[in-house]
Design a protein around this ligand. Structure first.
Ligand code: AHM
Ligand code: MG
Length: 336
């Protein structure tokens, strides 16, 4: 009979890799796992229940919030507050960071940054969405209130990062800095099972993912790279395949498994890029590097080395197979 390894067992097995592990990160993961299961349930019945569509509020970026965004935000916030290992969170859906003020939380070692439901405009049309999370050790003393500095750390300080993809099946993919592992949810028994051990992105790929509708607004180097992807050349398997779902987690997940590059450059519409450094770019950059890939904002500018200035800072993102990112980087270097 096939042996199934559950996420819980996997975490316990790996604890010896962290000499100072005291079970707190394990507890933090239990919170994320629980909230992910609840979200899985809600998203699967989203077409039935009256929870799709806009909730009426706008998020801090001025975009319409969907009802499930609000729900996901509350779920993850409550789950993370419950166990007392997290002293606060920052969420893409909230303007300010959230302090957890109970005594048990003040002693918590970690902060979590989260995009509770990324790509939520896709829910109404039954396309995959995701949750993205990022974990840091606080810099303020334990026992005190969490501060903004706890959240404004560069991505290279991440202790863990991951995402949940609510797709044709629900998966949790994460890294604690020792490779990337993927777990598929079996709803019949209610557990995440190890299905994608030690994920490595192919060194090169033939998929490019970008919202080409914005082509005229892109920098010259990106335009030239897109043309390069579309040219015919048997030796390099071009033209490449264009795949863009418009849901970062889904586009990233596909490219991680098959090899490819995801691009969200600056444009006249989004002069700083659209994606958020802390909630989207940093966790994805951490994962891709752990899987052997690259993530840059500009030529020579590693995403993980950017010093954040603001919670909701935006950032261009080029992420994927290392050889594809190298190539894109050359185009942007040459043509701007
Ligand atoms: P969101 O956090 O408001 O859902 O926006 C982020 C999403 C990403 O999932 C996706 O890659 C991108 O926005 C798509 O943007 P666009 O529609 O401009 O291509
Ligand atoms: Mg998002």
């Amino acid at each position: 009979m096939e042996i199934i390894k559950t996420l819980g067992e996997f975490i316990i097995d790996r604890q010896h890799e962290y000499p100072d592990a005291s079970g707190e990160l394990t507890s933090l993961f239990s919170s994320i796992r629980l909230a992910a299961k609840i979200l899985h349930r809600e998203i699967n019945k989203a077409g039935l229940a009256d929870i799709t569509g806009a909730a009426g509020d706008e998020n801090v970026q001025g975009e319409q919030q969907q009802k499930l965004d609000v729900y996901a935000n509350e779920r993850f916030k409550n789950a993370l507050a419950q166990r007392g290992v997290v002293c606060g969170i920052a969420s893409e859906e909230e303007e300010q960071f959230v302090k957890f003020e109970e005594t048990k939380n003040l002693d918590g070692k970690y902060v979590v940054l989260i995009d509770p439901l990324d790509g939520s405009s896709n829910i109404d049309v039954n396309v995959s969405v995701g949750t993205i999370f990022s974990v840091y050790r606080r810099v303020s003393p334990q026992g005190s209130h969490v501060t903004e500095e706890d959240f404004l750390q560069p991505g290279n300080k991440q202790v863990a990062a991951g995402y949940v993809i609510y797709g044709s099946s629900t998966m949790l993919v994460y890294s604690t800095g020792n490779g990337v592992n993927g777990f598929t949810y079996d709803p019949t028994i209610g557990v995440f099972c190890l299905s994608h051990p030690n994920l490595q992105i192919p060194e090169d790929g033939t998929i490019y993912s970008i919202n080409e509708g914005n082509y005229v607004h892109f920098p010259e180097g990106v335009k030239k790279y897109i043309k390069y992807c579309q040219e015919e050349d048997d030796a390099t398997s071009r033209p490449y395949t264009s795949r863009y779902i418009g849901s970062l987690v889904s586009d990233f997940h596909r490219n991680l498994i098959k090899g490819g590059i995801y691009l969200y450059p600056t444009s006249s519409r989004y002069p700083q890029g659209k994606l958020r450094l802390l909630y989207e770019c940093n966790p994805m950059a951490f994962l891709i590097e752990q899987a052997g890939g690259r993530a840059i904002a500009d030529p020579g500018q590693r995403i993980l080395d950017i010093e954040p200035k603001k919670l909701h800072q935006r950032c261009p993102l080029f992420v994927g197979s290392p050889k594809m990112v190298d190539k894109l980087e050359k185009f942007v270097e040459e043509f701007g």
